[in-house]
Ligand binder design. Structure first.
Ligand SMILES: Cc1ncc(COP(=O)(O)O)c(C=O)c1O
Length: 395
C-alpha cells in the first residue's frame, strides 16, 4: 500500500466540494460548459481590481533588485508594516509589523497557527456548519476537533459552548462572514464569546485562543461595518487572505495578525515564523507581497456581489425556499424541502445545477450555493431551482 491508512481514509471520506467539482467536469464535458450552472465552488469569477494589474506591470517594467529571492520567513518588513497600518486604521488598535506574519493564504495561516499552538490531543472547537478543511487542518497538527451545533440563525449557542469548553480546549475557531452560511457575527455575540473564554481561562487556569478566520471580512453588505472579535478577547489571532477580497485565490497570499495587546505575542510570532518555515511554506509568495502592500485599501466590487446576492436571494424566496439572507461572503445555505440533502442535490443536477450538500459542512438538510459566478450562470440556474421547488411542493 503506497499511501498511509489515514490519508486513504481521509480521501475516501473526501470533500463534497471536490466531488461536485468532478461531477461538474463530467457534465460540462457532456453538455458543454455553457449549459451547466455550477454554483459549487468558492472560486470567484471576478478578476482582480485594475490596481493589481497596474502594480504588477510596474514590477515587470522596473523589477526590484533581488525581488525573487528568499526573505525573512515572516515576510517583507514593508508588507507587514502596510498590513499593520491598515489594521490600525480599521480597528484603532496599535498594530505594528511585528504583529504580522505573511502566509500562503488563509489555509497556510490556519496550519501555521494550529501547528504553533497545539499539543497532542488538545481540543479545538468549531461550529457547524463549518469550512470542512478545519477538520483536516486540526488533525494535521495532532489536535481534536470538537464540533458544536449552532442555532436556527447559524450562530454559536453560548450554553453549548460553555458546557463544551474543558481544560483541554486550546482554541475556538470562528468564521465571520461565514462559509457556508453568509452570516456575520454581531458585536454582542462576539462580546459574549470573549467573556466566556476569559471566564473559562480563569476557571481552568489555561489560555484559550480565539482564531478568527476572516477571508471574507471585506465582503460585507448593506453598509454593515465588520464587527471584529479583537475588541472582545486579548488572545485573538486574526487569519485572512486576499483570495476573495482581491480575487487572488490562486496566488496564495494571506497573513496572520496577533492582537497587539496579547501578552504572549512575541513567543507566538516566533512560533508562527518557525512553523511557516518548517511546514515547508518557507515564506508567502514574494511577488504578491510586493504588490499587496499597495492594495490594503482596495477590494473587488462589493456592490457587484451584493447585486448577485439580492438577485438569487429574492428569486429563491419567491420560489418558496427557506433561507437566511446572507450579510457577507458569497454563499447561501437554504434548507432543503426534503431531509436528504444529497438526494436534493441530485435532483438539481438533473437540471444541470451544481451545488454542495449541507452534510459536506456538517449540517445536513441544507445546500450550499456559491454565487461568486457570472450573472449568466446565476440566471441559468433559476430554471432548475424552480422546477425542483415545484417537485417538492414549495410555493
Ligand atoms: C472559511 C474559509 N477559510 C479559509 C479558506 C482558505 O482560503 P485561502 O484561499 O486564503 O487559503 C477558505 C477558502 O475558501 C474559506 O472559505
Amino acid at each position: 500500500m503506497s499511501i498511509s491508512e489515514k490519508v486513504r481514509q481521509a480521501m475516501a471520506e473526501g470533500s463534497w466540494i471536490r466531488r461536485m467539482f468532478d461531477e461538474g467536469a463530467i457534465l460540462k464535458e457532456r453538455y458543454g460548459a455553457e449549459n451547466v450552472f455550477d454554483l459549487s465552488l468558492g472560486n470567484p469569477v471576478m478578476e482582480p481590481p485594475s490596481r493589481f494589474h497596474q502594480e504588477l506591470k510596474k514590477l515587470v517594467k522596473r523589477p526590484l533588485p533581488g525581488m525573487h529571492r528568499y526573505m525573512s520567513n515572516a515576510g517583507y518588513p514593508e508588507t507587514r508594516a502596510a498590513v499593520a497600518e491598515f489594521l490600525e486604521q480599521e480597528t484603532q488598535l496599535k498594530f505594528t509589523a511585528d504583529n504580522i506574519v505573511m502566509t500562503c493564504g488563509a489555509a497556510g495561516a490556519l496550519n501555521v497557527v494550529l501547528k504553533t499552538i497545539l499539543n497532542s490531543e488538545d481540543e479545538v472547537i468549531i461550529f457547524a456548519p463549518y469550512f470542512v478543511e478545519y477538520l483536516n487542518y486540526i488533525d494535521n497538527h495532532g489536535g481534536r476537533s470538537r464540533v458544536l451545533p449552532t442555532d436556527e440563525l447559524f450562530l454559536p449557542r453560548l450554553d453549548i459552548l460553555e458546557d463544551s469548553i474543558t481544560d483541554k480546549t486550546k482554541a475556538v475557531i470562528i468564521n465571520s462572514p461565514n462559509n457556508p452560511t453568509g452570516v456575520v457575527y454581531n458585536e454582542t455575540l462576539l462580546n459574549q464569546i470573549g467573556k466566556l473564554l476569559d471566564q473559562k481561562e480563569t476557571q481552568y487556569g489555561i489560555q484559550i485562543f480565539l482564531i478568527s478566520d476572516e477571508p471574507y471580512r471585506r465582503i460585507i453588505y448593506d453598509g454593515l461595518k465588520y464587527p471584529s472579535p479583537l475588541y472582545h478577547h486579548l488572545r485573538t489571532i486574526i487569519i485572512t487572505s486576499h483570495s476573495k477580497d482581491l480575487a487572488l485565490a490562486g496566488e496564495r497570499i494571506g497573513y496572520i495578525a496577533i492582537h497587539p495587546r496579547c501578552k504572549q505575542q512575541d513567543e507566538l510570532v516566533d512560533g508562527f515564523i518557525f512553523c511557516n518555515r518548517t511546514l515547508g511554506y518557507v515564506n508567502a509568495p514574494a511577488l504578491m507581497q510586493h504588490i499587496v502592500k499597495y492594495l490594503q485599501n482596495v477590494t473587488v466590487s462589493i456592490t457587484d456581489y451584493q447585486k448577485k446576492r439580492d438577485f438569487l436571494y429574492n428569486n429563491l424566496v419567491k420560489m418558496g425556499y427557506s433561507l437566511i439572507k446572507p450579510q457577507g461572503a458569497f454563499y447561501m445555505f437554504p434548507r432543503t424541502p426534503i431531509e436528504d440533502d444529497v438526494a436534493f442535490v441530485s435532483e438539481l443536477q438533473k437540471f444541470k445545477v451544481l451545488v454542495v450538500p449541507g452534510c459536506g459542512f456538517g449540517a445536513p438538510g441544507h445546500i450550499r450555493i456559491s454565487y461568486c459566478v457570472d450573472d449568466r450562470t446565476l440566471e441559468g440556474s433559476l430554471h432548475g431551482f424552480y422546477n425542483v421547488a415545484q417537485k417538492f411542493g414549495l410555493s
